[in-house]
Design a protein around this ligand. Structure first.
Ligand code: C2E
Ligand code: MG
Ligand code: MG
Length: 492
């Protein structure tokens, strides 16, 4: 195609020899203009396939973006690269390789709609511009059609060659606003497709973008969750070493109608960042106080000592003005005595508070409310600091319990647990071990003098009705005792 002008030029020269000088000049000028235009056109075409090249593609993409901005439309950019194309040149020679590229171009063109642009960037790489996408998913659908178009083998001389391609897809406006940016994002997606083994389609969303999108959507759902009553409290029992029920930890559960149960580890940090933990935390506190007061009224919690309700509190709540008043109100409204409520604050959180943030805790402690340090052992508390805090309870982090009986060669946490229990007792604190899963752990904790146990061995978190059934069965037997501890016999 590029050399098609050679013979014509000679014919032209033959023709103008017959003309007079004036006419010759006019004809030559006209011909030069024609050639210039043709050259300009050629500079926008790929020499092998005759398809638009990268320059023309970029011009058309910029135009398409202008139109789409005006009409609020979507534009798709697909970049594709033939996997291991060098192999084709090795097998069929350069001329054969060029011929395969032309065939590829024709097949791809056939799979596109009128108005779409297919460009060849050389070296087995193509780009498709989809200027009028009905919706973002349309671009992926087109990439699938292009992929299908390449499925049948390509004749190359006497043989047939199978080809696969990798595809990167991105869409204006969601994946980028500028032509260059969209091309780069389609290329990034293409590289990901290659990294993942080739022969596949990848859409542009960096892991970051994907995470951000998911977080945004989750946050939106979280905003509606309180109103839609999607939260529930679950209750996990805590037992004394002699088998009596000592308390219950209230744990928040979120059951989204479409997403299903979302784990607290996922939504609580998000609720904290978006400050939604303030209304959610207040609901959790009020709801669990209400429930506990109800169990009190039903006579299900009366033992030698009142059952303690432990509620988790987040950093943000703690630094909220007059937060202690909110707790006082929840207690007053439910009728629960302050001594029956224990607020759990994680160690790492309390370590970050200034003395003024501790004040509401101190005021609450003065009313009789109990205060526990949760996940103790992970936040590097200085012992002196611990002494100055208005606390009643230390909850040993699960990680220490899990490594109490280490496998050979691994360091066991037993000396640390022993030291923490001794320290806590010297400060007059109660020690609760979290995440007790095996009888071996329970026995070891018993030997080390731990006060209370919480974990799957003794009872999983249960919804209110399930926990109520547990309370009823224990009350019916006349004692608040855990079967798992009883089996071993009271030891202390
Ligand atoms: P946490 O306060 O340390 O709660 C204990 C976690 O350990 C719970 O996870 C519980 O289900 C789990 N667990 C109990 N026994 C065992 C066991 O034997 N083995 C294992 N592997 N795990 C056990 P969950 O319910 O997923 O809660 C995770 C965290 O989310 C809680 O850790 C707490 O920090 C936070 N959270 C839960 N509910 C609330 C809430 O109402 N407000 C706030 N601010 N945070 C909450
Ligand atoms: Mg807790
Ligand atoms: Mg904990």
């Amino acid at each position: 195609m590029p050399n098609a002008d050679g013979p014509n030029l000679r014919g032209f020269l033959r023709e103008i020899r017959r003309l007079d000088t004036e006419a010759r000049l006019r004809a030559a000028e006209g011909r030069i203009a024609e050639l210039e235009q043709r050259l300009a056109e050629l500079s926008l075409l790929d020499p092998v396939t005759g398809l638009p090249n990268h320059r023309r593609f970029s011009d058309r993409l910029s135009q398409a973006l202008l139109m789409a901005q005006r009409h609020r439309g979507a534009v798709g950019v697909i970049q594709l690269d033939l996997d291991r194309f060098k192999r084709v040149n090795d097998l069929a020679g350069h001329a054969g390789g060029d011929d395969v590229l032309r065939q590829v171009g024709r097949r791809l063109q056939g799979a596109l709609r009128q108005g779409d642009t297919l460009a060849c960037m050389g070296g087995g790489r193509f780009m498709a511009l989809l200027p009028e996408l009905p919706h973002a998913l349309g671009a992926t659908r087109t990439a699938q059609k292009l992929q299908e178009a390449l499925q049948a083998p390509f004749p190359a001389g006497a043989r047939e060659i199978g080809l696969e391609a990798s595809f990167g897809v991105c869409v204006f406006p969601q994946d980028g606003m500028e032509a260059e940016e969209l091309e780069a994002h389609a290329e990034a997606a293409l590289y990901r497709a290659k990294e993942r083994g080739g022969g596949r389609i990848e859409c542009f969303t960096t892991t970051l973008d994907r995470d951000a999108l998911e977080r945004q959507e989750l946050e939106q759902c979280l905003r509606e969750a309180l109103r839609n009553r999607e939260f529930q409290m679950c209750y996990q029992p805590q037992f004394r070493m002699d088998g009596r029920l000592a308390g219950v930890e209230a744990l928040l559960r979120w059951n989204h109608p479409m997403l299903g149960p979302v784990p607290p580890g996922k939504f609580i940090p998000l609720a904290e960042e978006s400050h939604l933990i303030l209304p959610i935390g207040e609901w959790a506190l009020r709801e669990s106080c209400r429930q506990m007061a109800l169990w009190n009224q039903q006579g299900l919690t009366s033992g030698p000592e009142p059952l303690v309700l432990a509620v988790n509190v987040s950093a943000l709540q703690l630094t909220q003005n007059n937060w202690d008043q909110c707790v006082v109100r929840a207690l007053a409204d439910s009728g629960l005595r302050p001594g029956q409520l224990e607020l759990e604050i994680t160690e790492s959180l309390i370590m970050r508070q200034g003395p003024e943030d501790i004040l509401p805790l101190r005021r609450l402690r003065e009313t009789g409310t109990r205060i526990a340090i949760d996940d103790f052992g992970t936040g590097y508390s200085s012992l002196g600091y611990l002494q100055r805090l208005p606390i009643t309870t230390l909850k040993l982090d699960q990680s220490f319990i899990a490594s109490l009986q280490a496998s050979p060669g691994e360091p066991a946490s037993e000396p640390i647990v022993r030291a923490v229990i001794q320290l806590a007792h010297s400060l007059g604190l109660t020690v609760v071990a979290e995440g007790v899963e095996t009888e071996g752990q329970r026995d070891m904790l018993d030997l080390l003098g731990c006060d209370c146990l919480q974990g799957f061995l003794l009872g999983r978190p249960l919804p209110a009705d399930g926990f109520e059934a547990l309370l009823q069965s224990m009350a019916a037997r006349g004692f608040l005792e855990a079967p798992a501890i009883r089996a071993q016999g009271p030891s202390r």
